[in-house]
Ligand binder design. Sequence first.
Ligand SMILES: [Fe+2]
Length: 132
Amino acid sequence: MLGRRHQGRRRPRRDHTVALREAEHGLAFEKRLDELGFGVLERPDPKHAKRMKIASSTKLSDREKFDRLGLARAPVNGSADIFDRFFENKDIDPQTGGLLGRYIAEERDTGRRLAACYAALAAPKAKRKKAA
Ligand SMILES: [Fe+2]
């Protein structure tokens, strides 16, 4: 599936990688829950409509969207994030632990990729200032 779509490209786009990951994370966790005999509980995100309004805005710049969605900062070693407490549960089985570890590493990598996109959006303004 991906091979044909990306033929001729040296690397997939960062945003496409992030979109694929997000889709896969949902399926991987649903699969693991199913294997453990559970299902997914629907918990609608109360901020979903607000976030979609920001993301689909035709008035906001991409840079403003990153700022408003809180996607402009890369994870920093030594500072806490929402993933730090995932392994406080000492009885996680190895298969679930492996899935969680991969998920956390990918989420943090996604944070770095999005921060790099944000930095690239900011670059043209900085160049203009230097030229002026
Ligand atoms: Fe994700």
